[in-house]
Design a protein around this ligand. Structure first.
Ligand SMILES: Nc1ncnc2c1ncn2[C@@H]1O[C@H](COP(=O)(O)OP(=O)(O)OP(=O)(O)O)[C@@H](O)[C@H]1O
Ligand SMILES: [Mg+2]
Length: 250
């Protein structure tokens, strides 16, 4: 597999979407539907995610982008349809739609990483504590978790900022902490909902660079909900939603 280096120095795989999709999918969502009360918000949405691909989800406000992400990631339970994942170790399939809420939460912690528009970091904790937290929830001891969290922060260019609380960081720095927290558990899928939405364009580019670099060469897929065509243009393909239906996939 050949790779290129973009102007920021990050390697991006040269594999085409067609080439990537000859590999086994990591996650398959089939005909996922969701209503809130009487309102049908998502209708029979299907989506396969492959290793190393970055998929943008676009569509007008209220078209169901966040709902799709939440349903595919098991944050909310779909009304219909199923979401299945391939296990990295033995290739077996897990169906997250049949799990209880508690089991779905545990599954998310093991297999998914999340980056939201406002980071959703815990303000009372320092940067390194925020990043160490998912590891500790998975049973890693505090000392080892902090060591690993510091290494992840270092990789994201945040060396020396680990002891700051979130309020003492810039928006871009806080978003990098959120990316470090999402990556530290080595997840199969990273779900990002408008991760650059509240950043200026230069910082947004830098944060996007980090996100795109995070699944390069890894058995991992990246899903980014965005309103920004420039963000989508840097992803490998775009899924467009309209009124809760997937309209088109480029
Ligand atoms: N928990 C909820 N309860 C009731 N309605 C909801 C809930 N969450 C979302 N909705 C409704 O579902 C529709 C889709 O919402 P969703 O958040 O998925 O849109 P979106 O495409 O992410 O929009 P935006 O670009 O503004 O973030 C909207 O009409 C919204 O009001
Ligand atoms: Mg949304």
């Amino acid at each position: 597999m050949s790779t290129t280096t973009d102007p920021e120095g990050h390697r991006r795989s040269e594999l085409s979407t067609a080439e990537r999709q000859t590999r086994d999918w990591l996650l398959r969502a089939e005909n996922v539907s969701k209503a809130f009360g009487q309102t049908q918000v998502l209708t029979e949405a299907s989506l396969d995610l492959y290793p190393e691909e970055a998929v943008a989800i676009m569509g007008p406000s209220g078209s169901g982008k966040s709902t799709l992400l939440h349903a595919v990631a098991g944050i909310i339970a779909a009304d219909e349809g199923k979401v299945i994942l391939r296990r990295p170790d033995d290739g077996g399939i897990d169906d997250i739609t049949t799990l209880s809420d508690a089991k779905r939460s545990a599954f998310r912690l093991h297999r998914f990483g999340f980056v939201f528009q406002q980071g959703m970091l815990i303000p009372e904790l320092t940067a390194v504590e925020n990043v160490a937290l998912p590891l500790m929830l998975l049973g890693t001891g505090m000392a080892a978790a902090v060591l690993q969290a510091n290494a992840e922060l270092h990789r994201l260019g945040l060396l020396g900022l680990g002891d700051r609380r979130i309020g003492q960081l810039s928006g871009g720095q806080a978003q990098r902490v959120a990316i470090a927290r999402a990556l530290v558990t080595d997840p199969t899928i990273i779900f990002a909902d408008e991760p650059t939405g509240s950043l200026d364009s230069r910082t947004a580019d830098e944060v996007l660079d980090e996100l795109l670099a995070s699944n390069d060469g890894a058995d991992r897929a990246l899903v980014i909900v965005t309103h920004d065509e420039r963000v989508a243009a840097r992803c490998d393909r775009t899924v467009r939603l309209l009124d809760g239906r997937i309209e088109a996939t480029r």
